[in-house]
Design a protein around this ligand. Structure first.
Ligand SMILES: *[C@@H]1O[C@H](CO)[C@@H](O)[C@H](O)[C@H]1NC(C)=O
Ligand SMILES: *[C@@H]1O[C@H](CO)[C@@H](O)[C@H](O)[C@H]1NC(C)=O
Length: 188
C-alpha cells in the first residue's frame, strides 16, 4: 500500500471506529428473541457450531447481563476475537432490539468518508454462522462493559468499500486492545 493510501485507510478506520461506538437508538422495539431465536439460544449454538470447545471464547448466561461472551484462555492484545456480520437495510428499516445491534453505514463522498443517511446495518438471520479459523461470529452477543470497567475490545471494519448497496453484508471484527485473562467477559 502506498503511504497516501495507508494514511487514507487509517483515517477511514478511525472515523469508522468512532462512528461504530455510538449505537443507534430507536423507540420502536422489535424483539430480537422473537425475530431470531436461534441467534440467542446457547444450546442451539453449541450443538451446531463446529469446534466450539476449541475457541478462545465461550458463551455464558449471567444473572446480571443475560447472555455474554467470555474468554476460555488468555487472549493477547491485538487479536481478532470475534466477527460481526450485519446486513444493510434502508434507513427506514425498523431496527431490531431497539437498535442495539445496528451500526451506521459509511460512504465515500468528496474524498472523505461520511455517514450514508439512507442506510443502516442491522442484525439478520445470517449474523451467526460457522466460524472462520476458530473465530466465531458472536460479536452481536458481546456486552458493553460495566460502569466500573473499560472495554477490552474495539470494533474494526473489515469490509471497506466506497459505497454499499442495500442487501449487502457488512463485516467487522472485535479486536482485543489489551491482554484478556481466562474467564473475563469480552466487552466493547
Ligand atoms: C434452544 O435450542 C434447543 C436445540 O438445541 C431446543 O431444544 C430448545 O427448545 C431451544 N430453546 C428455545 C427457547 O428456543
Ligand atoms: C496488530 O496485528 C497486526 C496483524 O497481526 C499487525 O500488523 C500490527 O502491527 C499489530 N499492531 C500492534 C499495535 O501490535
Amino acid at each position: 500500500m502506498s503511504l497516501a493510501k495507508r494514511i487514507q485507510f487509517l483515517f477511514f478506520l478511525s472515523v469508522a471506529k468512532f462512528i461504530c461506538s455510538g449505537r443507534i437508538r430507536n423507540p420502536n422495539i422489535r424483539n430480537e428473541l422473537q425475530l431470531f431465536p436461534f441467534l440467542f439460544n446457547i444450546s442451539f449454538i453449541k450443538e451446531t457450531t463446529q469446534n466450539y470447545d476449541h475457541f478462545r471464547v465461550f458463551l455464558k448466561e449471567t444473572d446480571q447481563k443475560g447472555l455474554g461472551v467470555f474468554s476460555s484462555r488468555r487472549i493477547p492484545a491485538n487479536r481478532t476475537v470475534m466477527y460481526y456480520r450485519l446486513k444493510i437495510f434502508e434507513n427506514t428499516y425498523q431496527r431490531v432490539g431497539d437498535g442495539k445491534y445496528s451500526l451506521v453505514v459509511m460512504k465515500r463522498f468528496n474524498n472523505a468518508y461520511v455517514i450514508d443517511d439512507n442506510k443502516v446495518a442491522d442484525l439478520y438471520e445470517g449474523s451467526n454462522s460457522q466460524p472462520i479459523a476458530r473465530i466465531p461470529f458472536w460479536a452481536y452477543i458481546a456486552n458493553e462493559p460495566d460502569v466500573t470497567e473499560s472495554p477490552n475490545c474495539v470494533l474494526v471494519l473489515v469490509t471497506i468499500k466506497d459505497w454499499f448497496n442495500v442487501g449487502e453484508l457488512l463485516l467487522l471484527k472485535l479486536a482485543s486492545i489489551k491482554d484478556i485473562e481466562p474467564g473475563q467477559e469480552i466487552t466493547w
